[in-house]
Design a protein around this ligand. Structure first.
Ligand code: GTP
Ligand code: MG
Length: 561
C-alpha cells in the first residue's frame, strides 16, 4: 500500500466538511439570534449534547412530506413560505419523492398544520390523527402542470459492495480511497436530519400521553460511526416526569393521588412500551410491522418507518446506552483516524460475514468499535486516552451515576490533550489486523477503561468489558467458531495487506479498475482465495511431509535389506 503524508490533513478536512455541511439557508430568518453553543472553537468540534440540542431543534421545526413525482421547486418554496421563513429543505427518493422542510420557527409549522386537513377517501376511513407527516398531493398548488423534474436527491442508502470496490479501485491513493469510502457510507447531513425528524415525529405521539417525555437517538445514528441504512435506536426518556433529573425541594405535595404502581421498574418499562407499541400500530402514520419484544434483556418495540425507510427500535430507560453513545462520539471527535479506522474495519467485517444484521453468536458492530478503540489506546504513544483518564478530566457538571454505575467522563473536548502519534491510517490498519491476529483471547479481556488487557474473569470466548460496568461482558454471545473466524480473517488480511504494498494502482500493471489497496481488502473472494491457497499450501506441506516419511521408511527398509 502506498503511504501518503498528507493523509491525516486530508481526512481532517473531510471530517470537518461533513460536519459543517449543516445549513443551506434558503430564506434566512432575521429574527433568529445566533445561539451560543458549546463548540470548541479552536478545533471546530462540538460536544455531544450541543449537537443533540441543535439537531432536535431543527427536527422540531421540520415537516416530512410525500410529494408528487415532479415538483416546481420555485412554487413549492413560495407555497410553504406563506407559513414563514424556510431555513433548509431537501428532497429524497424512497418509492416516491419526499421532502423535508425546516422552518425558521416552530410557529411556522403550527401555521402549516392549521391549513392541513385529513383526506376524504372513497372506501377507507382514515384515523383522525394529525402529525407532521404530510402529503402534498392533496394541495395541488405546488405541483403545477408547468413542472420541473429532477429534484436533486441525495442517496439515503449505500451502494452495493461491488460498486464500492469498483469506485475505490479507480482512486489513485489510499487517502482518496478512504475519502471515497467515507463519502459513500457515512451518514450525510440530510440523513441525520431525517433521523432526528423521525424521532421527533414519534415523540409527538408519545407526548400525547407523557407530555414531558423526550425520545432520544442513541447508537450509530448519533455516535459518529453510523453507515447509511443503519437502524434507528431510540429511547423514551421519562426522567423529567419522574423527577429523577432535577432534585426538587420537598414541598409536601405529590403529583397525583393514588398513582398506579407495579412491582419493578422493568414492569413499568414493559407496560409503557407495550402501550406505545399499540399506539404506533393503531395510529402512528408510516409505522408498519410493529413488534413488541418486551421480554428481551432490554425491552423494546421494533417497527419499520415507511416514509424514511428506517428500521426502528424504541426502548425506555436506556440511559447507560446513551452515555456509551456519547463516549463513542467523543472518541470519534478526538482524531479523524478513529472514525476512519472504525469505518474501514466495520465495512471489512460486514463484507466477510463477521458481523450480521441478524442477532446471533456474531461479533456486533458495537463490540468491534470497542475493539478498535482499545487497539488505538494500545499504540505507542496512544492515539486516544483510556476512559479512566477521561474520568479524571471530568468537571462537576459531568458527574453521572446511572443504576449504581459511575458513568462520569469529561464532555469538554478542549480539556483533552492528545499525545503525538503520527502513524498513518494504512499503517494502523495493518497493525490492527496484526494486533488481533496475535491477541491472547483465551486469557485476556479487552478493557477500554484501563486501556490495558486484563485477566479474563469468566470463561467467555471473547471478553470485552462493558465500559460502565466492568462486571459485564458485551460480547458474551460470541462463540468459539466466530472468534476463530475473526482471528483467521485478521491473519489473512495482514497477509493480504503485505502483498498489496507492492501492488499499487494503474501504471504498475492492470487496468484502472483493478482492485488494489482497500478495494482488495473488501473483496469477499480474495480472502476465500487466500484460504484455498493456504489449504493448498498446507496440502502441499503435508504431501511433502508424507513423501519425506515415505523416503525415510524406504531408506530404513533399504538399510535393513
Ligand atoms: P449498528 O446499528 O450496527 O450500526 O451499530 P450500533 O452501535 O447502533 O449498535 P446497536 O444498534 O446494536 O446498539 C445500539 C447501541 O446500544 C450501541 O451503540 C451501544 O451504545 C448499545 N449497546 C449495544 N449492544 C450493547 C451491549 O451488549 N452492551 C451494552 N452495554 N450496550 C450495548
Ligand atoms: Mg444501531
Amino acid at each position: 500500500m502506498r503511504r501518503q503524508g498528507g493523509l491525516v490533513k486530508c481526512l481532517q478536512k473531510l471530517d470537518t466538511s461533513l460536519r459543517r455541511n449543516i445549513v443551506t439557508n434558503v430564506v434566512a430568518s432575521s429574527a433568529e439570534a445566533p445561539q451560543k453553543d458549546e463548540t470548541d472553537e479552536k478545533e471546530g468540534r462540538k460536544s455531544f449534547s450541543a449537537v443533540q440540542v441543535e439537531r432536535q431543534g431543527q427536527a422540531e421545526r421540520s415537516v416530512l412530506m410525500s410529494c408528487p413525482p415532479k415538483i416546481n421547486e420555485k412554487k413549492f418554496l413560495k407555497y410553504f413560505s406563506r407559513h414563514g421563513d424556510i431555513k433548509k429543505y431537501f428532497f429524497y427518493e424512497r418509492n416516491g419523492l419526499y421532502a423535508v422542510v425546516e422552518f425558521a420557527k416552530r410557529e411556522c409549522v403550527e401555521s402549516l398544520l392549521e391549513a392541513t386537513k385529513i383526506p376524504c377517501l372513497s372506501n377507507e376511513f382514515p384515523m383522525p390523527f394529525k402529525s407532521r407527516l404530510l402529503s402534498l398531493s392533496h394541495y395541488g398548488s405546488a405541483a403545477s402542470p408547468n413542472q420541473q423534474s429532477g429534484q436533486q436527491c441525495q442517496p439515503q442508502t449505500t451502494i452495493p459492495i461491488d460498486q464500492l470496490i469498483d469506485r475505490l479501485s479507480r482512486k489513485e491513493s489510499i487517502d482518496q480511497q478512504v475519502t471515497s469510502l467515507m463519502e459513500t457510507y457515512q451518514l450525510t447531513d440530510d440523513n441525520s436530519r431525517l433521523r432526528f425528524l423521525v424521532c421527533s415525529l414519534l415523540q409527538d405521539i408519545a407526548a400525547a400521553y407523557f407530555p414531558e417525555c423526550t425520545i432520544k437517538l442513541f447508537g450509530s445514528s448519533v455516535n459518529g460511526f453510523g453507515k447509511l441504512g443503519c437502524d434507528l435506536d431510540m429511547f423514551l426518556d421519562l426522567d423529567d416526569i419522574s423527577g429523577r433529573r432535577t432534585k426538587k425541594q420537598e414541598s409536601g405535595l405529590f403529583l397525583e393521588y393514588q398513582l398506579k404502581t407495579v412491582s419493578t421498574e422493568r414492569v413499568v418499562t414493559q407496560r409503557i412500551l407495550s402501550f406505545l407499541g399499540e399506539c404506533l400500530d393503531q395510529f402512528g402514520p408510516g409505522c408498519n410491522g410493529v413488534q413488541k419484544i418486551l421480554n428481551a434483556h432490554c425491552p423494546l418495540v421494533r417497527f419499520f418507518h415507511h416514509p424514511s425507510g428506517f428500521q426502528c427500535d424504541l426502548t425506555a430507560n436506556n440511559r447507560v446506552a446513551m452515555k456509551t453513545t456519547e463516549l463513542l462520539y467523543l472518541y470519534g471527535e478526538l482524531d479523524p483516524r478513529v472514525r476512519h479506522l472504525v469505518f474501514i474495519v466495520r465495512c471489512w467485517a460486514r463484507v466477510h460475514g463477521i458481523t450480521s444484521s441478524i442477532s446471533g453468536a456474531w461479533i456486533t458492530n458495537f463490540s468491534l468499535t470497542i475493539m478498535v478503540l482499545f487497539f488505538l489506546q494500545r499504540r505507542n504513544p496512544p492515539i486516544i486516552p483510556c476512559l479512566d483518564h477521561l474520568k479524571d478530566l471530568a468537571g462537576p457538571m459531568d458527574n453521572s451515576m446511572i443504576e449504581g454505575n459511575d458513568c462520569t467522563f469529561v464532555s469538554d473536548l478542549s480539556k483533552i490533550q492528545l499525545q503525538r502519534n503520527t502513524e498513518t491510517l494504512d499503517q494502523l490498519l495493518h497493525e490492527f489486523f496484526e494486533f488481533y491476529s496475535a491477541f491472547a483471547f483465551s486469557k485476556m479481556s479487552i478493557d477500554i477503561r484501563k486501556g490495558k488487557e486484563q485477566i479474563k474473569p469468566v470463561k467467555n470466548h471473547l471478553h470485552i468489558q462493558n465500559p460502565f460496568d466492568s462486571s459485564l461482558n458485551i460480547s458474551k454471545n460470541v462463540n468459539a467458531a466466530q472468534l476463530e473466524r475473526f482471528v483467521a480473517l485478521c491473519q489473512e488480511s495482514t497477509w493480504l495487506l503485505e502483498q498489496t504494498k507492492t501492488n499499487t494502482p494503474s501504471g504498475k500493471g492492470g487496468s484502472a479498475s483493478t482492485p488494489w489497496g482497500l478495494a482488495t481488502l473488501l473483496q469477499p473472494t480474495n480472502v476465500a482465495e487466500i484460504k484455498s491457497n493456504r489449504k493448498r499450501r498446507v496440502g502441499l506441506t503435508s504431501d511433502r511431509i508424507k513423501g519425506l516419511i515415505e523416503s525415510l521408511k524406504n531408506g530404513t527398509q533399504l538399510k535393513k535389506s
